[in-house]
Design a protein around this ligand. Structure first.
Ligand code: EPZ
Length: 421
């Protein structure tokens, strides 16, 4: 298994290009199942999760042509061979469950394995199931698979979500585009990836209004057509690299960065003593003083502070001046990076969903282990600020969501290298 070695203490200077969003691409790709015409995605990220989604769609009979080193994906589901998403693939990536809505909408049936839990939580699918049943789907859990069918197709309905689940909103939004009648999703997720999906579906011919708000209204149509859609910038990769100069010092410009994608995150950075400036190319970030200031963080659904940036923020606060309290309200077990940061000398106390971080002057490099995607990148960032060398193992977690991280960070001066073993 590969590992990454980081040697801390070098200020960073230069530009980092931000890729297309993993969490947008993972819902845009299954949208191809809604139409027999081709869907072309540009600005697609090159990540192992994308390769997993390609494998899943190909197992259903979707033709996928990757061009420009994977930045362009052309998907066509005119020759489907299956409507079963197999456990072997789904267990590797929860987002595989996003084929459920489109398969039901166009093929009126689907067998989708439950994803099973993952490191950060149980991650059930009850909200997806309840919503699709409200649209007339009959869904039964058997042998770890959801057996779903919609004889005669789905029907438009009022669909209140008990929690603004991102995945459930995406499954229902896609399903509703071909349902008979009007669907109103209440308490819909408002994440930029939802807005991006709605834009793509509209360019395929869907009739959607309200995306980005808590109420999305979809008027079903008979069929959807071809489209070409640029994947929106990855706001989590953006937030991650915006933190790099806060750890290591220096100034970094994140190309493609947009303030509207990271509003609440930038508010917290400002409170922590970090300057974020809009430039023609993106966002420039620089720490105002030698040490950031402690701030309290609570993760919320968008537009609140994103849970996917909690680990990275915690790592930064480990060397801030003062005590910070971080509350994780989206997932039940998303502090696994804490014990690894403690190995580097951090002072963190975890009580259930609340972590109290007392800033120390400097972290010390150490061998640490990645446990999930965002925890692994928080350890890489911590290594940039630590004294000496840190080795992060099990970085297959990292490759799921960050393309060529060692190249992007080396290009702005970081001492970082991948060790293949
Ligand atoms: C998406 O996951 C993202 N993944 C996650 O990013 C992100 O952390 C999450 O949204 C929250 O923003 C993709 O978009 C591929 P949810 P999703 O449904 O859709 C509970 C990353 O690091 N829940 O909004 O699975 C669930 O257990 C990943 O890129 C139910 O209880 O998130 C969780 O506690 C990690 N029942 C909470 O809601 C359900 O039916 C949020 O889940 C569905 C969800």
């Amino acid at each position: 298994m590969d590992s990454i070695v980081v040697t801390g203490g070098t200020p960073l200077n230069g530009q980092i290009a931000i890729a297309g969003a993993k969490n947008a691409a993972l819902t845009l790709m299954p949208a191809t199942l809604l139409s027999e015409e081709p869907l072309t995605l540009t600005n697609a990220p090159r990540l192992s999760d994308i390769a997993t989604m390609i494998a899943l769609l190909q197992s259903l009979g979707v033709e996928v042509t990757s061009m420009q080193d994977g930045k362009v994906q052309v998907l066509s589901s005119h020759a489907m061979t299956s409507t079963t998403a197999d456990y072997e693939i789904v267990r590797k990536m929860r987002a595989s469950n996003l084929v459920l809505g489109p398969l039901l909408a166009r093929h009126h049936q689907a067998i989708v394995s439950l994803p099973g839990g993952c490191a950060i939580g149980a991650r059930p699918m009850d909200i997806h199931v309840t919503a699709l049943e409200a649209m007339g789907a009959e869904i039964e859990l058997k042998d770890g698979y959801l057996h779903a069918k919609a004889p005669g197709g789905l029907k438009g309905a009022k669909v209140p979500l008990r929690f603004a689940s991102v995945g459930a909103t995406e499954n229902v939004l896609m399903a509703a585009t071909l349902a008979k009648g009007t669907t109103v999703i209440e308490n819909a997720a408002r994440e930029p990836e939802i807005v991006d999906l709605a834009k793509c579906l509209r360019s395929m011919g869907a009739q959607i209004a309200g995306e980005g708000s808590s109420t999305i209204t979809i008027q079903g149509v008979d069929r959807l057509g071809a489209a070409t859609h640029p994947v929106v910038t990855d706001r989590i990769e953006l937030g991650t690299y915006m933190l790099a100069p806060v750890f290591a010092g220096g100034e970094v410009e994140c190309l493609g960065g947009r303030l509207d994608l990271v509003g609440s995150f930038v508010e917290k950075l400002d409170a922590a003593g970090v300057d974020v400036t809009e430039t023609p190319g993106g966002l420039k970030v620089k720490r105002r003083a030698d040490r950031a200031k402690a701030v309290d963080v609570t993760t919320e659904v968008f537009p609140g502070f994103p849970t996917d940036l909690q680990a990275q923020m915690m790592a930064m606060l480990c060397t801030a001046d003062g005590t910070s309290v971080l509350e994780e309200k989206i997932f039940e077990n998303r502090f696994m990076h804490a014990p690894e940061l403690i190995r580097m000398g951090a002072d963190i106390e975890v009580q259930g969903g609340v972590a109290t971080v007392t800033g120390v002057e400097r972290l010390k490099g150490a061998p640490v282990m990645a446990t999930d995607l965002r925890a692994s990148v928080s350890l890489i960032l911590a290594g940039l600020a630590a004294e000496g060398e840190s080795t992060v193992s099990r970085i297959y977690h990292l490759d799921r969501g960050y393309e060529h991280i060692e190249e992007k960070l080396s290009a702005v001066g970081a001492k970082i290298e991948r060790i293949s073993s």
